[in-house]
Design a protein around this ligand. Sequence first.
Ligand code: ZN
Length: 144
Amino acid sequence: MMQQIYPVPDHDYAYELNKEFHFSAAHYIADESAGKCQYTHGHTYFVNITIAGGQLNQIGFLADFKTIKDLIHKRFDHTTLNEDPVFSNQQVYFPTTEVVAEKVYEIIQGYLNNLDNQPVCLQVFLRETPTSYCIYRPKGETDQ
Ligand SMILES: [Zn+2]
């Protein structure tokens, strides 16, 4: 849902940046308990990533919007999620909405960790269908 305002946890950071984009991907949940979802099917995932921090970099960015999108979109758009190492290396979990949201967080935070101004990803909002979405928030980040 473009141009939507998303719920965000309270925080004291001076800057909060939100980047929104979507990608199309296939997945399957290879377990009988998943019902029809055990068969390969596709979604257009809508993503909103919330990043916060107290300092901008030399050119006035908290983090680069395009890099944030590219890290996720270039990696997952028009792929089968199950085949990406971030999912296929897991022993138990399949790329459910919850797990995809968590992995998106890990990829983004991994990028942010390398920035001198040290922004943090507060939240990943991941919409899988018009009626279903998941919010992943790392534990502890909003406690400061
Ligand atoms: Zn699905």
